[in-house]
Design a protein around this ligand. Sequence first.
Ligand code: CU
Length: 203
Amino acid sequence: MLTFKALNPGIYVYHCAFTPPWHHIAQGMYGAILVEPKGGLPKVDREFYVMQSDWYTIGANGDKGHQMFSEAKAAAEQPEYFTFNGRTDALAKLYPLKANVGEKIRLFFGVGGPNIGSNFHIIGEIFDKVWSGSPDTFVSNEETWYVPPGSVSAFELTLQEPGQYLLVDHAIYRVSKGAAGALIVSGAWNNDVYSPEAAGASH
Ligand SMILES: [Cu+2]
């Protein structure tokens, strides 16, 4: 058994350090750990955890069947796939994030890597607050925020309109390799904010 005192409030990456750690990290052996300040973080309506990864297979993107790991592609930093939460379709199709118009959302977005940081962005939204490190120090009104490998940042936002919002790495060709997810927001359309109503907006 192991015990430790979490002394520094923030949101962090943990990962396996077994030799060689880069190989274990490349297999997805990491996660996010939240250390709340005394008394906890301010309450929000929804919290989500998303982690981006880059994957190196001997086969090309889209090849079927079991894919062996390519040490050469990993060393060259040429991934075949990017994923949010472990699969290219995890948030895009299988488990989209869901919220309602007007809710306060806190989204923790991290990068396990092993190699490639993310330029995190939600298409159609400005983040109210972004913080890396202490929750006491934050930036307001950001649209894209760099999250390096081995780090997690927190994104606080409220959606004013219903619809399907796309989470992406804004190094945008990575979307074609899987760096995409969906946030589906339900509620009434507000013509005051955006008009006319977007086609396909959900109610
Ligand atoms: Cu490991």
